[in-house]
Design a protein around this ligand. Structure first.
Ligand SMILES: [Zn+2]
Length: 357
């Protein structure tokens, strides 16, 4: 027998066994996910892009990937047609290697994907206190289709987060899906290690954005509004309705955070992020566990493949506080806001004495 071959064979076998052990350990290791929880129009697109510019993190927008609009015109933030973007092709390939057929226009990662009318009805109310959530889960678990669907969704979301991290070469992925109900179920995902950044903005600023989203909460260039696609624009709503939406979204986030340990979530104010960007980013990166020294203040210059709000197309990395509510909300509207959500606005740190300039 060839002595050399006789010795090489066991070495090769050992290497194969070690490699299999290693890939088993890698698959079993929880994937880090940073979840941005916020009401709409609170600055989550800006924060997601600031975080995603860190070399150890990746942000692609909302991983729940709602309706994106027309395939033939929807643009990735790299300004390629989404269908033609190499990054997203790579993500689809990595999903396929995990046995998941995947197309970003029909991602199937939303908690409501393929849900029956019964399940949709139960998923509709925002997250509330523990006893109510216990009842929701009892009623959902009666449905065999929900039990199967939830297991499939958890697996698909974990595979998706891993595929994005792998494609970007990042340690952690930022999910700016914002909603509390998605977060509630992701926290039960055994393959994900989740930290939450709760982004809060003065409710009066958010209410102004709700009043006219394309004017106050979209790309500066009208060509890129609504995702750069022929897509229905978000409808405006009056200040009282916007205030109520803002209030309920933040209360929902608080209900989910109450189920977590305090080291797993961090509250950030949009206004602090705009006024003291570097120090706030340092605080967030320390919380996430990545080196703050690697942050990029020229965050728009970094390669991004973000979907969602048109602000992702704005080219300037200059951050300025948007407090147009101080001059553009009328006294009547300010009173409407105060009546709907003034007390809560104060409880999260905003003075009601600040009147129009
Ligand atoms: Zn792209």
């Amino acid at each position: 027998m060839d002595i050399k071959r006789a010795f090489n064979l066991p070495i090769c076998l050992c290497l194969i066994v070690e490699q299999e052990k290693l890939s088993h350990i890698m698959d079993n290791k929880k994937q880090s996910l940073i979840y941005l929880a916020a009401a709409s129009h609170s600055g989550s697109t800006m924060l997601a892009m600031l975080l995603g510019a860190h070399p150890d993190l990746c942000s692609v927008g909302e991983l729940k990937a709602g309706h994106l609009g027309d395939k033939n015109s929807y643009l990735c933030s790299c300004k390629s047609l989404l269908e033609e973007c190499e990054f997203w092709r790579g993500v689809s390939e990595k999903m396929a290697s995990r046995g998941q057929s995947f197309c970003i226009f029909d991602a199937g990662t939303d908690i409501r994907s393929n849900a029956s009318p019964y399940v949709l009805f139960l998923l509709k109310p925002l997250v509330r206190r523990r006893s109510v959530e216990w009842m929701r889960d009892v009623l959902l678990n009666i449905s065999p289709s929900w039990r199967k669907q939830l297991a499939r969704l958890q697996r698909r979301n974990a595979d998706y987060v891993r595929a994005v991290a792998e494609q970007a070469g990042a340690d952690a992925v930022v999910d700016s899906s914002k909603t509390g109900i998605r977060l509630k179920y992701l926290l039960k995902n055994k393959d994900l290690d989740i930290k939450v950044v709760w982004l809060v903005r003065d409710g009066r600023g958010v209410s102004l954005a709700y009043k006219n989203p394309s004017e106050y909460a979209d790309a500066k260039d009208p060509e890129f509004r609504g995702g750069g696609a022929e897509k229905t624009q978000e409808q405006g709503r009056n200040v009282a309705a916007g205030a109520h939406e803002w209030l309920r979204c933040n209360q929902e986030t608080e209900a989910v955070l109450a189920t977590m340990t305090e080291d797993k979530w961090l509250k950030v104010h949009y206004e602090d992020l705009c006024d003291n960007t570097e120090s706030e980013l340092n605080r967030i990166f320390e919380f996430i566990g990545v080196n703050p020294g690697k942050k990029r203040m020229d965050f728009k210059a970094v390669e991004h493949h973000v979907l969602g709000n048109g602000m992702r197309f704005d080219s300037s990395s200059l951050i300025t506080l948007d407090d147009r509510w101080k001059t553009e909300l009328t006294q009547v509207e300010l009173n409407e806001f105060a009546q709907a959500a003034g007390g809560y606005n104060e409880s999260v740190g905003y003075s009601s004495n600040e009147r129009r300039l």
